[in-house]
Structure formats: C-alpha cells, structure tokens
Design a protein around this ligand. Structure first.
Ligand code: AHM
Ligand code: MG
Length: 355
C-alpha cells in the first residue's frame, strides 16, 4: 500500500485522489446544507445505513467460508429458506437504527410484522423499510447481492410508529437507495435530488463518490427478465418481449442480461440503459401479482429510476402511485428507460385488458 501526500494531492494504492475528495459523509452533509431547514436526522440515518453496508460488505466477501455458509433451516415470512447472511444483514441494520431516536418504526422483508423501536429508546420521525439481502438465493454461487432501503416520514403524530406509518405510497419517499455487493461494493441513493453512487474503498473503509448524478442512458442496451418463465406470461408480456428482441420490425434488438439478483440487474440497467421486468407470475397461485415486494423492492427502486430519468410501472400504473394495503404486498414490476416502460404498458393495455 502506497500513500503519498503532496499538497492537495493524495495518491493511495496508485490511485490519484487529487482535487476534491468526496466521501459519502461529506456528500450527504453538503446535501443537507442545501436545505437550511434540515435538522440532520435524515443525514444521520443515511450514515447509519452506510455503516451497516460496510459491515455487511465485510461479511459477504467471506460468504464462502464455512461458518456462515448454508441455511439456518428456518423459513421467512415468504416461506423461503433463510440463509445466515440474510439474518446477519437484517440484524445489523436493525441494531444500528433501533436506539438512535431517529426512527418511529422499521419493517424488514425478513419479518412478518413491523419492527417496533424498543420501549427503552426514544422514537423519532422517520420510518425505515428494508430488504436486508436481496437475491440471497445467489449467495451460494458467489453472485452479486444487495440491500435495498426506503425512508419515509412517519404519518402518525407521536407514540410508537404503526403499520400505517409503513404503508405509504412510493411518492411519499424521502430517500431510497441500495447497496450492491459485487466486484466492488457500491452505495447508490437519492433524496429526490439526483441519484448518486459511491464505491467502497475497502482498504480505508470509506465510500467515495464515484458516480455523481446518474442518468439512465437514452439508448438502452439490455432487457432483463427470467425468460425461463415465458410460458407463464400473458399475451401482452410475450409480445412486449418480442418487441424488445426486434421481432416484427420493432428495430430494437436489445441484448438479454438476467442475473436473478434484482439490485444487480437494476444497477447494470441504470448505468447501461435497459428495462428489467418481473411480470405477474401465474405458475404459483400464491403469487398472482408477481414475486417482488412493493415496499421493499419495487417502490425504492422506482424512486431511483425516476430520479435518474427513467420510469417504473406495474404494467398498468406508476409504481410510486400504488397505495400499499399490506406490508408484504407483491407487484409486477417494469423498470428502466421511460420509453421501454411505456411500451410495456402499451402492450399490456392492448392485449391483457380482459385479465
Ligand atoms: P429475494 O428477496 O428472496 O432474494 O427474491 C427476490 C429476487 C430478486 O433479487 C430477483 O430479481 C428475483 O428474486 C429473481 O427471481 P427468479 O429466480 O424467479 O427469476
Ligand atoms: Mg428481496
């Protein structure tokens, strides 16, 4: 490791960090200063999530090691196998946020009910919903996984936060983001003013601004869907897919990329341009409305997509307009470049109206 400091220029591990070195802390603080009425509470929640991300990242890189590999043998609320790393990520996020007096209530994809703040701690004005480790079925195969989070202002006035505080439309989001544990760890978030990405430098344990003001490129490269489920799709989704493939003279000819890890699929399309979709799934009668969860997956990513110039829909309406009625509600999801999402709605309107 080589560290050279000459005047303002810092060379670290042969990387030149000359000029403005923007850590995630500095960036979030500068964003806060732009809002004179801000109290700093949201800033602190974002720091706490960034810290959770570093702790989770340090474990995900050891996922091949015996002590955390494999299943705990228990099932989560969705009836899926819970792996140890999910539980670890879940508890790190909860424990870093339960005592700060910033949150009124939390909810996690891993728990059937809301997660109250313990009585011994003060309650705050924000609500945190999170999917601690999305794509966890990929852990055993060394494929990228991610954390997704959504922050709302509480709706109730005081006392412990309630279910009502957690059931808010995506349009009411104050901030949302994700962490991708991939070939590098990145933290990507928005408070409604642009979408910004930070890359973790493991050697110093800090996130540095690497992708300021991300915009989805106008020319899309990829479509991402589990094509193996094609036989379960509606006519509209099938024809839409053909359109993306350039059949029937659409002129599109997008490449297919599907990791099966939502954060990784979304992240790639955000940077390269494209559309990800997980339509209503008919193979499993328990999942008539798709697999993905509105509160923990679709809404926060929809918020990011829109603030990066893209769009997100359930095929008929904007994801951010959907009023959730249940904590673990599922939704079909079409997310990415606006024109591609609009086209999905068009096909669904034309062919799937009767459903
Ligand atoms: P999870 O929250 O249990 O990890 O499930 C969600 C994941 C997403 O990351 C991904 O987009 C999807 O499931 C993949 O599902 P499939 O294997 O059916 O294609
Ligand atoms: Mg998930």
């Amino acid at each position: 490791m080589v560290n050279t400091i000459k005047g303002d220029s810092i060379i670290h591990n042969d990387v030149d960090y000359s000029g403005k070195i923007v850590t995630i802390e500095r960036f979030i603080l500068e964003e806060q200063r732009a809002h004179p009425t801000a109290t700093g509470t949201l800033t602190s929640i974002l720091y706490d999530i960034a810290l959770a991300a570093k702790i989770i990242a340090s474990k995900t890189t050891k996922a091949g090691l015996v002590e955390i590999l494999g299943s705990t043998g228990r099932k989560n609320v969705q009836g899926e196998r819970v792996q140890k790393l999910d539980e670890f990520a879940d508890s790190v996020i909860y424990r870093l946020n339960d005592h700060t007096g910033r949150l009124a209530v939390m909810a996690s994809e891993e728990h059937p009910d809301i997660l109250p703040i313990p009585e011994r701690y003060p309650v705050g004005k924000y609500v945190l919903l999170y999917d601690p480790l999305d794509g966890s079925s990929n852990i055993d195969y060394n494929v990228s996984i991610g954390t997704i989070f959504a922050i709302y202002r509480r709706k109730t006035q005081d006392g412990p936060g309630t279910l009502e505080d957690c059931l808010q439309k995506g349009d009411d989001l104050v901030a949302a983001g994700y962490i991708i544990y991939g070939s590098s760890t990145m933290f990507v978030y928005s408070t409604g003013v642009g979408v910004h990405g930070f890359t973790l430098d493991r050697s110093v344990g800090e996130f540095f601004l690497s992708h300021p003001d991300i915009r989805i490129p106008a020319k899309a490269k990829y479509y991402s869907v589990n094509q193996g489920y094609e036989h379960y799709w509606s006519e509209g989704v099938r024809r839409y897919t053909e359109w993306l493939q350039g059949k029937n003279g659409s002129g599109k000819k997008l490449s297919l990329r599907y990791i099966g890890s939502l954060v990784a699929d979304f992240h790639r399309n955000l940077l390269a341009g494209g559309v990800f979709y997980y339509p209503a799934d008919r193979k499993d009668p328990k999942l008539p409305h798709g697999k993905l969860r509105l509160a923990y997956e679709a809404a926060p990513l929809a918020f990011l997509a829109e603030h990066a110039g893209g769009a997100a829909s359930d095929g008929r309406q904007r994801i951010l307009d959907i009023q959730p009625t249940q904590l673990h509600q599922r939704t079909p999801l079409f997310i990415g470049n606006s024109d591609l999402v609009a086209k999905a709605e068009e096909f669904i309107r034309e062919y799937d109206q009767a459903e």
